[in-house]
Structures are given as C-alpha cells and as structure tokens.
Design a protein around this ligand. Structure first.
Ligand code: FEO
Ligand code: CA
Ligand code: CA
Ligand code: CA
Length: 633
C-alpha cells in the first residue's frame, strides 16, 4: 500500500514533494544563477515589474470613481469562518454535496461509512471542480461537473489507516472521481438535484472512452485491454473545464500521474515517466492494488491513455466520451474555447505544474453555426507560448520540424517535451484561462511558483524570472493577459501585460506587495479558477494559503472576487469555509443564479461544512442569488 497523504499536508504540498525533480540539479550552478539573478532583480524587478504594469496604468491603475463593476455590491471582508460569506443583499444555499444520490433508489450519504463502491457510483462525486450548465430544448438545466479527486483522510475516515483497505474501498475512490452530469431544478427558491432524471449520469475512472485525433491507434497507446490504441477506460483528476459553442462539455485531466504505481520496485520506468511525474509509488489512492492496469510495471502504456481533454455530450447519457489527443497531453487545467474571427476554433490550455507551459490549439476546420461541428477538436495544430519581456509574444507551432519529434502523434503524447524543445516560456503554474466575451483578449491565472528562480522544471528547463513571471519564489501568483494580433485568436503573435500581481501590501513594500490594484481590503493569494460572466465581469477564484498568518496575514480563507478589466479594480465577493478551495462557476440560463464550487473543505481536518456540528466536511456546489431577484451574471 502506498504512503498516505499526511493528514496535516495539503494536496498542493504533497504534490510539491512528489513532483518529479531532476536527479542532479547541479546545486552550485543553480545557487550561482539564483544569487546573481536575485541581485539583478532587487533593482530591476521593482522597475521591471512596476514599470510594466504602471506602463499600462490606464488599464490597471486604481481609479475609485471609474472602478465599480457592473454588479453593485459591498465587498466582504476577509475571514476564517467555517461558512460561506456573500455580500449584503445576496443569499446562498446548497445545491449538491459529495455523496448526494442521483437516483431515488440510491442511499443518502452515510456519515459513518462515507459511502461504498456501489453507492458512490450512484451519487454526486467528490471534490467538485470545473462545471458548466446546459439547457435542454424544453428548458431543463443540466449541470456537468468535474469530480477531481478524493481527500483520502476524509473519504476513508471510517478506516483506521485513513486509506483504502480493500477492493471495495478502491472502487469507492474510483467511482468518486470523474464527471457528474445531473439535472438541477429550482423549487421554492432553492436549487437541487432532480433525482432519476433521464440526463443523470456518472462518468468514472472505469467508463469506456474513445481515443481520437493524431495519437489514435499509436503504438504507445496500445495496452493489454485494447491492442488497437483507440479506446481507454475512464477519466480522473478532472480539474478545470471548458464548454464548446456546439454544446459539449470538456473535462480536463490534470494530476493523472498520481494514480499509477509499480508492484515491481526494481522496474525501470520508461524515460518519459519522469517528466510526467509517474513513479513507483502512487499518492495513496492504491488503485493498482485492485485494478492491475494502474500497475505500470505490468502495463507501461496505460499512463499514456491519460492526461488529455475529454469531450462529453451532456445531452446524451449514452454517448461515449472522446479523449481529444489533438489538444496535447499534460496536466491540463481547463480548456477555454473561443471562435476566432477567422472561424477557426481556438482552445487555450494551461499545464499546471511549476515551470510548465501555456498552450493553444487551433482547429483545422472552421466553426459553422448550426453546422456539424462535432469533430472540430479532432484535428488541428498545437502551439506553445513564448513571451518576450517587452510585452510581445509568439505562439510557437509544435511540429516534427520544430520539435525534432517523429510525428504529430508523438507531439500529442509527449507534449511537454515538444514544448521544451522549442524553448517555450516556463510559467508559474498556468491554471484557468478565460477569454473576454467583449473583446479579443484572454487571461490566465499563474497561481504561484516557489521554485521560480530557484530550480528548473521537471524537464530540466531553467526557470529564471521572466516577463509574465517576474518574482522569484513567487508565493502569491499573478494573472497575465494577452491580446492577439488583429483581434484574431488564431494569430501567431500577441501583446501581453499583467492584469494583477497578487501580494500583501500590509506585510511587504516591494514587488511582493502586489500591483497597485491590490490593497489591504481586497488582497488574496493563488488565483486559480477564472471565468467571465456574460457582461464582461472577470470572476477570480483562489486556491491558496488560508493560514491568515505571516505572508498571508489578513487574507483569510479562499475566496472569489470580481475584477473589472477596464479599470483593474478587484472586489471580494465571497469567502469560502475553512480549508476549502473555491473553484468552478456556472450560471442558470436566466443568469439569476450563480453556481459556485466549494472544494475540499477541511482538507487538513478543520471544517464540518456544510452541515456543521461534527459532520464530515463535504465538497459542494452552492447557488447564489440576489435578494432583489436581479441578474448575477
Ligand atoms: Fe486542479 Fe491546477 O488545479
Ligand atoms: Ca482543485
Ligand atoms: Ca485549479
Ligand atoms: Ca490550484
């Protein structure tokens, strides 16, 4: 059985310890570079960073008069309450919690056992993350939601070891992962699950899927279970999401590596495993103990069937999900889809690991309204971002010629190595990308990177500070934005600036205080979820340090803020319960309800949200409405 996640360690901290590292870092070389770079930056970071941001002062400068967002509210204060806080004049209620049954015959959540394999397959999964709401022709609301992972100490809190102890425990874990599709409806002012709806569906770590695109049928995807390389089983660690203009849902596979292990401790892993963080031990999920395909010493190609974007038709519960290899294989955060002005479909994609990259897919075909767009994500070109310090940037085409790799299929399977080969810009953990519906520009949360300027990424690429990642040991994060040349998202060139650098102006007076649009009243750390509403408001969700101490003093629990992209003003709208992450955002068709995801409350043991008392903490979706019944999106 694998080493457990220590109960006092967050997922992020565990990820850091388990992230792949070069065997030899050349400590002296790194230290020299770090020290000389730091002394250079002490002077120039303040100049470089502030000059850049202040250079766009008309965009990012603070202007109290011009700053009001389209939604009027009195910002909420930071706090460390085990509750949801929303502004006066707004209300919230629970829509669905981990373990809530989707069918009337299925049992209610049992706080003692926390469910089993069978009940978990018939319930809303755990740790909800990205989500989207779809509306049927007859006006029904269908919510598609990622269930990213499980907190082992909570899921298996009924076990002495706080870990899976038998095959059904493992099945429970697998069934709590994946995607939940469920009809939701409002009754008496409260939204809830429509049990037994035709649309309700659980997609789990065992659901059959088709592999599509350039890598379909490639030798590296052939396994004992499927010797054609065209099928796979299941999806897991689905983090952010995307949605297409043709009505499909995109679930993005992020830390897929942490589920694989090797029963043969002496087995030599394939070379590519190191870059993707696949090791002899898993992260405590123990799936290989009950399902041999997660034992890579026996099935070395199985990990190659994970790490993709999965396209799902939420309207057809019998449809087969499609893994879209054309969008590359890495630790996908979300997939932001825009139709470029020339008609090609562009998908922006972040790879969330320290020093990894930001990508863009451009479809071969063009979007035709009302036409057959179902396979636009099957074929296209992949690009990676290269930022220049002068505020310009290029999307570098990943091809056999530019990368030296043998085929497009190999680029789609070993995408990280392809991007390293062209010298892409190492980033501070790209999380969600959001495209502005009002103008041709896009934003990406770079959540934090304590290794910036300290050590290379998992591929050995050096990570000195650079334009959009200007602070070494970056523990606060920033949001970069770019505007494509000619307002066309499929253009190869763009201009960029920083919308905000998070920080703490009550603790620091240098670049770690953040940009001028960060104040003692709105400060936050580790921006992660990001989405525009239909009126151009930029909603920022955080997944950061909630200690409320030292560098993070005064920042309280994780939160959600509303940003004005024209003025730079950012106002805190919501504070989540203890030890949660706020992630995932969707709106009802009439925009009068906003659905917000609360993930991993009490991940270190300090929450009983939402039920209170001594209840098991449960990830959940909350609905937020205006007391005056007005629009909230
Ligand atoms: Fe699952 Fe990068 O957050
Ligand atoms: Ca998450
Ligand atoms: Ca995230
Ligand atoms: Ca995060």
């Amino acid at each position: 059985m694998s080493k457990p996640l220590p109960p006092t360690m967050s997922f992020d901290e565990f990820d850091e310890i388990n992230s792949p590292r070069p065997e030899v870092t050349g400590f002296d070389v790194v230290a020299d570079k770090f020290l000389s770079r730091r002394s250079f930056l002490r002077g120039s970071l303040a100049v470089g960073a502030s000059a850049f941001v202040l250079g766009t002062g008309s965009l990012v400068g603070r202007d109290a008069q011009a700053a009001a967002s389209w939604l009027t509210f009195e910002p909420v204060a930071a706090n460390s309450k085990d509750a949801i806080t929303v502004p006066k004049g707004f209300s919230s209620h629970i829509v669905a919690r981990w373990g809530d049954p989707l069918w009337s015959g299925a049992p209610e959540f049992d706080h003692a056992s926390r469910g089993d394999g069978a009940s978990s397959a018939k319930a809303f999964g755990d740790n909800n993350d990205g989500m989207e709401l779809y509306t049927t022709a007859d006006g029904r609301s269908i919510l598609a939601v990622n269930n990213e992972y499980t907190n082992r100490s909570i899921t298996y809190g009924n076990r002495e070891s706080k870990l899976p102890e038998n095959a059904d425990d493992v099945l429970k874990g697998k069934n709590l992962h994946g995607v939940t599709v469920m009809e939701v409806a409002e009754q008496g002012g409260k939204w809830g699950i429509v049990k037994g709806s035709y649309y309700n569906r659980r997609i789990t770590a065992d659901t059959p899927m088709a592999i599509t695109g350039p890598a379909r049928g490639h030798d590296w995807l052939k396994t004992a279970a499927d010797n054609t390389g065209t099928l796979s089983l299941g999806t897991w660690n689905n983090c952010g999401n995307g949605t297409t203009p043709w009505g499909t849902y995109l679930a993005c596979e992020e830390n897929f590596n942490g589920y694989f292990s090797s029963s043969d401790k002496e087995a030599t892993p394939p070379a590519a495993f190191k870059r993707y963080g696949i090791k002899h031990k898993d992260w405590g999920y123990a799936w290989a103990t009950a399902d041999e395909r997660f034992d890579w010493s026996k099935h070395p190609n199985e990990p190659n069937r994970a790490g993709y974007v999965v396209e799902i038709d939420p309207m057809d519960p019998n449809s087969t999900p499609k893994k879209r290899t054309a969008l590359g294989r890495f630790k996908h955060e979300n997939a932001e889809v825009v139709v470029a002005s020339d008609g090609h479909v562009v998908v922006y994609l972040g790879d969330d690991e320290r020093g990894e990259f930001l990508y863009k897919f451009v479809s071969a075909g063009k979007y035709v309204e009302g036409g057959d767009n179902a396979n636009l994500l099957e074929d296209g070109e992949l690009y990676v971002a290269k930022f220049s310090d002068n505020g310009t940037g290029m999307w570098v085409h990943l091809t056999p010629a530019t990368t030296g790799m043998a085929s497009k299929a190999e680029i789609c399977i070993h995408t990280r190595m392809a991007a390293s080969a062209v010298g892409a810009t190492t980033m501070d953990r790209p999380e969600w990308v959001a495209a502005n519906p009002m103008k041709a520009e896009a934003y990406c949360c770079l959540t934090n990177n304590k290794n910036r300027g300290v050590k290379p990424n998992a591929g050995g690429d050096a990570t000195p500070v650079n334009g959009p990642n200007p602070r070494e040991k970056n523990n606060y994060g920033q949001i970069v934005r770019w505007a494509p040349t000619d307002g066309n998202h499929s253009s190869a060139a763009f201009e960029w600036d920083l919308y905000v650098m998070a920080g703490n102006p009550t603790v620091h007076a240098d670049a770690y205080a953040g940009t001028s649009n960060v104040t003692a009243d709105n400060m936050f750390n580790s921006p992660d979820g990001l989405k525009f509403d239909s009126k151009g408001g930029l909603w920022i969700q955080t997944d950061g340090n909630y200690s409320n101490a030292k560098d993070f003093a005064g920042q309280g629990n994780n939160q959600m803020l509303l940003g004005n992209t024209a003025t730079g003003q950012i106002d805190r709208f919501l504070v989540g319960p203890n030890q949660c992450e706020v992630t995932g955002l969707a709106w009802s068709a009439d925009k009068k309800t906003m659905f917000v995801g609360i993930q991993h409350p009490g991940e270190k043991g300090d929450s009983n949200w939402p039920e209170g008392g001594d209840a098991v903490p449960r990830s959940a979706i909350v609905a937020i409405t205006r007391d005056d019944g007005g629009s909230i999106g």
